[in-house]
Design a protein around this ligand. Structure first.
Ligand code: ZN
Length: 313
């Protein structure tokens, strides 16, 4: 058991992560943490999984969010991998889609065989999947650290974008767990745990997406479509982290990951979300079960392609 000081320290760290990811929620978040005496405690991956099976666990009811520190690594790998997937697989999917002819997963792979970045992106995402399954694989040596900066302004912009996705993914994880605490304190019970999970997902996502216009109105340099897209990308990364911690095909306590992703896609809806859809297409393609044999019909909208891919993970 960590001592009280450790617990306090990590609680403040978690809260500051959330405030950085959603500055417009800062005051509300601090108030909720104070009112419900929320604490964030490090836990092992195994203990976290055991707690999740009986979610909402007694610790949730007592206002303690269990956080497996491996989430830092997994979210970093997936944020970086998702970004690379968008620039490689997502871009290839977009170009086939714009040509207007049907194409297959094999066509996408063939188009990228000469791009070493595509192979790197597979390597990062594979490393994330192994770590979340409890196999400790170190991140590739060439992967930048969270605090790294580059002398090249364009590379630096990429690093900052990935770091933001990482912050949002973690914020979403905490927001999801926070919703369990709020439900417990309000005495709202779901006879089916899976429904509670979906409700917590939906509310956590709404916390991040509903504030976008308000946030952008105060920052003309950050248009709402870009902010919405970036947040939705971070949420997708967070959802994958959480979804992989439970059984992706679903269990009595957790809905299948596909169902959870579809809730997020519905919440992004038809609002302009910049590059979110081709980020989602790239990441889902890399994570799909049998991507080479996938078939995409002509003239589908990019979101139809994403919906097809959700069924393939
Ligand atoms: Zn949950």
């Amino acid at each position: 058991m960590p001592d009280v000081d450790d617990i306090q320290d990590f609680t403040q760290g978690a809260l500051s992560t959330m405030m950085q990811a959603a500055p417009e929620r800062s005051e509300a978040l601090r108030k909720l943490f104070d009112d419900h005496r929320v604490r964030v405690r490090h836990t092992s991956l195994e203990s976290f999984r055991q707690g999740e099976v009986v979610d909402p666990s007694p610790s949730t009811i007592m206002g303690v969010i269990q956080f497996p520190p491996v989430m830092h690594t997994v979210a970093w790998l997936l944020a970086h991998g998702g970004w690379e997937a968008m620039r490689n697989y997502g871009a290839a999917i977009m170009s086939f889609h714009l040509v207007g002819a049907a194409f297959s997963g094999g066509d996408i792979e063939a188009a990228l065989t000469r791009f070493p970045d595509a192979a790197r992106c597979d390597e990062i995402i594979d490393c994330a999947v192994q770590n979340v399954h409890g196999v400790e694989v170190p991140p590739p040596a060439w992967l930048p650290n969270i605090s790294d900066t580059s002398e090249d302004p364009d590379t630096n912009r990429q690093y900052s974008a990935v770091k933001e996705l990482w912050l949002i993914a973690q914020c979403w994880f905490f927001l999801h767990e926070l919703q369990h605490i709020l439900l417990a304190s309000e005495g709202e019970h779901f006879p089916d745990f899976r429904k509670e999970e979906l409700a917590c997902d939906e509310r956590a996502t709404a916390w991040l997406l509903d504030g976008v216009d308000f946030y952008s109105d105060q920052r003309p340099e950050e248009p709402s479509d870009k902010v919405r897209g970036k947040r939705a990308m971070g949420i997708l990364v967070g959802l994958f982290c959480i979804g992989f911690l439970s059984d992706p095909d679903g269990s009595p306590s957790h809905p299948p990951l596909r169902e959870r992703i579809n809730v997020l896609l519905g919440q992004v809806g038809a609002k302009d979300a910049a590059h979110f859809w081709h980020f989602a297409a790239g990441l889902l393609f890399v994570l799909s079960r049998d991507r080479k044999s996938s078939q995409f019909p002509a003239f589908a909208r990019i979101r139809d392609i994403v919906l097809l891919l959700v069924d393939m993970i």
